[in-house]
Design a protein around this ligand. Structure first.
Ligand SMILES: C[S@@+](CC[C@H](N)C(=O)[O-])C[C@H]1O[C@@H](n2cnc3c(N)ncnc32)[C@H](O)[C@@H]1O
Length: 242
């Protein structure tokens, strides 16, 4: 899959060199609790969540260039100053630029479901991913995961209780009652079609043993290889030293 790259000029769009100098928190003028949305799509969710939590800083990431562009323009239109957008792969970003226990909340809404059995290994939320993410969640941090795909919900409901350090916030692993949780574009599409969204809300345990804060090595997932190739191909000429 090759994307047509549109150069994003928005002041809220961040690039890797900025991350290298100050990490995610360095992208913001003020220190504040930091939250991450993974796979922000076109930004509907982050605009709502950042507006209702002005005291937090938000980073919205997606590997989809056009989605980042649209997210930037929505955030700008909404006049929000507490959001930055990055074109990044989730595991790569966590591994390279997020301090251990640095995130107060992580949101993943309607990630690609990979419905075919042989493609399940491509799903973002897996045991290894949850073990990786755990290292970057602050004690008591929120983990939100919403999916429209029942099989994905069941898979995560089976895995999560086995991954130490995640505490459920309700008696069942997930709910279809969204309460005041903001609705993303994909969530809206399924809800309007009369289909449920399965919402998980967990919090990281206050105390973890030191070995649980050791990130597992990055698996060379196909998204990682693909994004590395894309980034090399699309680097502006001046960065390629030409
Ligand atoms: C089905 S869309 C959902 C978009 C949005 N969350 C919503 O609910 O409307 C999934 C999004 O996740 C992004 N994505 C998939 N894998 C990703 C990864 N490993 N890291 C970051 N973004 C990813 C895709 O590019 C896509 O925009």
């Amino acid at each position: 899959m090759t994307q047509r790259m549109i150069f994003i000029e928005s002041p809220i769009f961040a690039r890797e060199p900025e991350l290298k100098s100050g990490g995610l928190s360095g992208l913001f003028p003020r220190p504040a609790p930091l939250a991450l949305e993974i796979g922000c799509g076109i930004g509907d969710f982050i605009v709502q969540e950042a507006a209702r939590r002005p005291e937090w800083n938000f980073v919205a990431i997606d590997i989809f260039n056009k989605g980042c562009l649209k997210t930037c323009s929505r955030v700008e239109k909404a006049g929000l100053t507490n959001v930055r957008v990055l074109r990044a792969e989730a595991r790569w970003l966590l591994n390279h630029f997020v301090p251990r226990e640095g995130l107060q909340a992580v949101y993943i809404n309607c990630p690609d479901p990979w419905p075919k059995k042989r493609h399940r290994g491509r799903r973002l939320v897996s045991r290894t991913f949850l073990e990786l993410l755990r290292c970057y969640l602050a004690p008591g941090a929120h983990f939100w995961f919403a999916t429209d795909f029942r099989d994905y919900a069941e898979m995560v409901a089976e895995i999560l209780p086995d991954v130490e350090g995640y505490l459920p916030q309700s008696s069942s692993p997930f709910t279809t009652d969204l309460g005041d949780y903001p609705v993303s574009k994909y969530m809206r599409r399924f809800l309007d079609a009369g289909q449920p969204i399965y919402l998980f809300h967990y919090r990281r345990a206050k105390q973890l043993s030191p070995d649980m804060l050791e990130p597992p090595g990055l698996e060379p997932g196909f998204r990682l290889r693909w994004l590395a190739r894309e980034n090399r191909r699309n680097r502006p000429r001046r960065q390629q030293g030409e």
